[in-house]
Design a protein around this ligand. Sequence first.
Ligand code: ADP
Length: 451
Amino acid sequence: MVQPFLKTILRGISFLRENPQVAYTAFLLVAIPAAFIASGQKFLEVSSLNQERMEKERIGILNDALVILAREKLAEPMSLQPLVEEFREAGNGLVAIRIFLYENGIPVIAASLDRDEIGTYGSRDDDLDFAALRVEDTKIIPTMEQGGERRWKTVRGITTENGTIAGVVVTEVSMAHIDRFVAQNIRGAYLFLSLIIAALVFLLLRQARFIEYGVLYRRLKEIDRMKDDFISMAAHELRTPLSVIRGYLGMISPDRLNAEDREGLTRVNASVENLGSLVNDILDVVRIEEGRITFDKKTADHTPLIGETVSSLEYLAREKKLSLSFAPGPSAPFSADPARLRQVLTNLIGNAIKYTFSGGVTVTTETDGHTMSIRIRDTGIGISAEDQKRLFEKFFRVRSKETEDVRGTGLGLWIAGNIVTKMNGSISVESIRGKGSDFIISFPVISRETS
Ligand code: ADP
């Protein structure tokens, strides 16, 4: 019996540890209403204290006025009754006014809101007690009626000019209107609180869904990281067998092979090179994403390097019966890692050849003194404006009839874009679908004085 209970608790604890947001949500669910209740309570307390203070002041003023006026009328006690009646309207909750005068030291009611009491000693014992209190200042005594109604009795002596207390004014004020007001406020506050709690529960329930999303997001990130680790590991592992294959292929002398085998060897070599560049691409992606890519930059006029890269790709153009030319224009020195620049150019010229089926590719350079640009122009299939927007995204490939037989990963431009921008340059494309494309990479010119 105890074991399953313990297990549930332990499972709950480990769930909370993995999902601290749940504990946070539960805390909010309790803390926010508690804070509202506490501050509401404080507010009600202060406001009812305030009400009572104002009420006390009002009663004090009423008594002051009554006592002053009663003192003036002590000579003719008959005129006390009209005075009391004038005060009838004096305020909320005024239940009784009695003026006691001492006859042979005994307090007798000389005027009262209840006319029947006149000439008596008062209908209640405590009246007498009050009347016996010969107080000079207003004294307030809280009492409780049978129905639970709070009342304040006040008593104050009527002091004559020679300092003796000739009588006592006793008033009785009901606190029912204040209590009603407070109760009404409490009801309002609780209604408001219920609305807040309902809104809070609604929001937190919605948040529960976000918590779920949060958990999913974390899992996805974890899986994504595992995938990256796996790809990186696989690419690394592929490098060794690839160099072994390359080594053995290098030992085969084509001269000793017949034409058919030579053709086979060429194909195997090409496939190994493809595989090698794929592995390198993957490793570059991982390096860029992890911020581990490094550059060995050199400030130079890189025109010769551009020419060499173009020459090294001539065989590809020849295979497709395309023209490939390098027409260097004005050039200027800029800072770049030669190996990385060669990699980017190889990719862009390679793409230009890959996606061109007639005509050719021209590589030119231009500079305005501030920027040095290399333009790779082809007369290929071109890229629509819509596709151009996503061209430099990872894995993006244009899906069309013309490209369905062209192999690729969609990584080349993403890598090229990253390398160029990390070397302080920029890459852009100008293209018309069906007419051809221009890929332009630009670098800030570094003048020889500043370099
Ligand atoms: P891929 O390995 O598919 O060639 P890239 O990242 O190098 O990957 O290029 C992304 C996509 O951009 C290509 O799949 C192709 O659709 C389009 N593309 C790139 N270069 C050209 C070009 N010169 N002409 C037309 N389309 C191109």
